[in-house]
Design a binder for this molecule. Structure first.
Ligand SMILES: Nc1ncnc2c1ncn2[C@@H]1O[C@H](COP(=O)(O)OP(=O)(O)OP(=O)(O)O)[C@@H](O)[C@H]1O
Ligand SMILES: [Mg+2]
Length: 225
């Protein structure tokens, strides 16, 4: 369960990126977060993984108030919440396997456990044959699949995706969407910020529309516009 309770995020005195936002997301839901550039989508996602703190209000994931978690509990939050970025943010000097394993090393798993999990994750993102490749040796779609693998490696229950298809061609975008959708079908909650009209309209998922920091529409089985 994810809950935003009267959340406002200000950057300095003048910019209100998120303005008294309320919404609730059930376990296993798939939600598109849409709206014009500057609407506050990325800010909402960053509030959820505690990259930033609300100025006012509370953000809950399950029974944790994310904005009140002590620093010592942050590794547990990282275990629950995986993040996928538009520009992948892979480590260029690490292999595919190492990029996926990074998330697990933070969690103090044994080498054997980590290698086993990397194998499972490579299956899920269909990169079984790329274990020892470096990011520069992969296509953009493959790089994004590595990033998805990193996000889910810790068996996270929530996946946040910030325009994950923003740098990809339409066909590759759909491949990525299919993988994210498969992960959702396994029971993970997905919140995906997107400008991709075709994908949002085809999926018929719940759509939350933001504008100038406010939610202006929140509708099940919805579409763009
Ligand atoms: N670190 C920051 N410092 C100051 N202002 C910021 C910062 N991050 C975001 N903002 C501002 O907050 C508002 C919301 O930004 P946000 O990145 O959440 O929008 P967005 O909906 O993700 O837009 P886009 O579709 O372009 O990614 C914008 O006006 C933006 O300029
Ligand atoms: Mg954004």
């Amino acid at each position: 369960m994810i809950l935003f309770e009267s959340v406002t995020k200000k950057y300095g005195p003048r910019i209100t990126a998120v303005n008294e936002v309320n919404f609730k997301v059930g376990d296993g839901e798939f939600i598109f977060l849409i709206g014009p550039s500057g609407a506050g989508k990325t800010t909402v996602l960053r509030l959820l993984n505690r990259e930033i703190m609300p100025t006012v209000g509370s953000v809950f994931i399950d029974d944790w108030e994310v904005n009140k978690l002590p620093k010592s509990k942050l590794p547990y939050l990282r275990r629950k919440v995986g993040f996928i970025f538009q520009d992948f943010k892979l480590l260029p000097d690490r292999t595919v396997g190492e990029n996926i394993g990074v998330a697990l090393e933070i969690l103090n798993r044994s080498r054997q456990e980590i290698n086993k999990r990397i194998g499972e994750v490579l299956d899920i993102v269909h990169l079984e044959d790329k274990l020892n490749y470096f990011p520069r040796q992969l296509s953009l779609g493959e790089q994004q699949r590595v990033a998805i693998g990193r996000a889910i490696a810790g068996n996270t229950s929530v996946i946040l995706a910030d325009e994950p298809t923003g740098n990809l061609d339409p066909k590759t975008s759909w491949e990525i969407l299919k993988i994210i959708n498969d992960i959702n079908k396994e029971g993970k909650t997905v919140i995906m910020a997107s400008h991709n009209v075709d994908i949002v309209n085809s999926m018929k998922k719940r759509v939350i529309v933001m504008k100038k920091g406010k939610i202006i529409k929140d509708e099940k089985r919805s579409r763009y516009l």
